[in-house]
Ligand binder design. Structure first.
Ligand SMILES: [Zn+2]
Length: 234
């Protein structure tokens, strides 16, 4: 009789373990499957590269404005707009730091290679790098789009975006140009580098620091991206 009770206890124990392991697993796999099917992947994706960062401030305006910081702000505004449209966004950086690691010595190449690795991993449809310009003549002004060299798709995209700048942002430069930049050359993905204005021009610097002007710049680039992916009605 004692043997029967002992065996009964064992059977009950096995039943409990079975219930926890198998029924529990079944519930978990059901909930995991439910979550994964409700998150569709975006149809298009863009890598947005905010130029410079960390010890590399980029150009500096007469008000002491760092290109590094304005680039990041415009990049994040653009990213939010594209996300709203359901376009996937991968940023090369999301804070003031560079991508070169701990040591500043020899930072530029390490920084560029890290950006290249992000682009390769993301495998996007488009690369957009955000920068500001600088020139010895203070009068130089206006946003200008540089497109990936020897790449017809990038050239067409760059020209379209330059037209949008001329239409939407007063004082923009008239022509887009080919740009021999590492960030565009490091990948076969089409891309442009947008010089959003001249920090060396005090009037333009005063505009570039404002939230409103940064929004206008980001919006213009967004319109270009929408056109590129054929998402507009026109
Ligand atoms: Zn720059």
């Amino acid at each position: 009789m004692i043997l029967v009770i002992k065996n009964l206890k064992k059977i009950l124990l096995y039943l409990c373990v079975f219930t926890v392991l198998f029924v529990g697993n079944a519930i978990m796999s059901y909930s995991v499957a439910t979550v994964s099917t409700s998150t569709p992947l975006p149809r298009f994706s863009v890598v947005i590269d905010a130029g410079h960062g960390g010890v590399d401030s980029g150009c500096v305006g007469s008000l002491g404005v760092y290109e590094r910081d304005i680039n990041l702000s415009i990049a994040q505004k653009l990213g939010s707009m594209l996300n709203t449209l359901g376009i996937g966004v991968v940023f090369t950086r999301t804070n003031a730091d560079g991508l070169y690691g701990t040591f500043a010595s020899g930072h530029k190449m390490r920084d560029m290679r890290a950006r290249e690795a992000i682009i390769k991993k993301a495998n996007p449809n488009l690369v957009i790098s955000i920068h500001l310009n600088s020139y010895t003549n203070e009068q130089a002004h206006g946003a200008q789009v540089f497109y990936k060299i020897d790449n017809d798709i990038s050239q067409e995209f760059g020209q379209e975006m330059q037209s949008l700048f001329c239409e939407k942002i007063e004082g923009s430069r008239k022509e887009s140009m080919p740009g021999d930049f590492y960030i565009l050359n490091c990948t076969s993905t089409p891309g442009v580098l947008v010089e959003c204005g001249f920090l060396s021009n005090p009037d333009e610097e005063a505009k570039l620091v404002t939230n409103e002007y940064q929004e206008q710049l980001a919006y213009t680039i967004m319109c270009g991206v929408v056109g590129y992916f054929g998402l507009s009605n026109s």
